[in-house]
Design a protein around this ligand. Structure first.
Ligand SMILES: C[S@@+](CC[C@H](N)C(=O)[O-])C[C@H]1O[C@@H](n2cnc3c(N)ncnc32)[C@H](O)[C@@H]1O
Length: 230
């Protein structure tokens, strides 16, 4: 992604993982002697620590917040709600755009810019090849996490990946009835993870109602886009 000179000095990053989108911004701000207040938000403590450690090479002002995105607003210091860039990267694909974009706007304040990233499908893309990645045992293992936390055994479920409602759905079907804690009958289907896929037109239609300016930066193969929105 080319570093945008108009980037604002208060990135609030949702789900940074390894903060590959924030790093070029942090580097740019350090070179230009712009003070940067970095606010990573993640439910996972390990990812928060990784993001904070990487960005600490470029700024000392880091405010990690361990919370679900929907509950982080009141934990962000008021002074950090000005000149803000709210970033979510590819984690954008895990939420309906109509939920996550208004949340990003609410958290960043009225004048916030937003950065999202998404894989893009062509109108006649081969969905089967997209699903294959999610059928791998590693992907099944990640998707099984919430059921494992509820005490479900891997032998109690069958796993299948579907493409429904413009999204990949990672779905488990119960082989026998279980108390989770509500009783669910054998054959019940539980979707534990989703990943939305848009064509370029669909992505534009999903974000344009919320922003006057949508600046798209494409990967060379045009399969992935980073958009800076204001
Ligand atoms: C795939 S990683 C992000 C990778 C990186 N941001 C990128 O776009 O390339 C997703 C991160 O989002 C976090 N996450 C997912 N849903 C979340 C939620 N609702 N609230 C807080 N953190 C969440 C996960 O813990 C994880 O660290």
């Amino acid at each position: 992604m080319p570093v945008c000179p108009a980037i604002l000095p208060r990135p609030q990053e949702f789900g940074p993982g390894y903060p590959d989108k924030a790093l070029p911004i942090a580097k740019y701000c350090k070179e230009k002697l712009v003070n940067l207040d970095y606010v990573p938000v993640d439910i996972n403590k390990v990812f928060l620590e990784i993001a904070s450690q990487e960005i600490s090479k470029f700024t000392n002002s880091i405010t990690p917040i361990q919370a679900p995105f929907a509950e982080c607003s009141n934990k962000i210091p008021d002074g950090f709600k000005k000149d803000t860039l709210v970033m979510i990267g590819l984690t954008f694909m895990n939420f309906p755009s109509g939920i996550i974009i208004p949340l990003m706007k609410k958290i960043g304040g009225k004048k916030a810019r937003a950065l999202i990233a998404s894989e893009i499908i062509k109108p006649k893309s081969n969905i089967t090849s997209i699903l294959q990645r999610y059928e791998l045992p590693e992907a099944r293992g990640v998707a099984f996490g919430p059921l494992k936390a509820l005490g479900v055994s891997p032998t109690d479920v069958d796993y299948k990946v579907h493409f429904n409602n413009s999204r990949v759905e990672m779905c488990f079907t119960l082989r026998r009835s279980l108390e989770l804690p509500k009783k669910l009958a054998a054959g019940s289907q539980i979707v534990t993870a989703v990943s939305y896929r848009y064509t370029e037109d669909e992505l534009r239609r999903s974000i344009e109602p919320y922003f006057a300016n949508c600046d798209f930066h494409w990967a060379n193969d045009r399969n992935t886009v980073v958009a800076i929105l204001s």
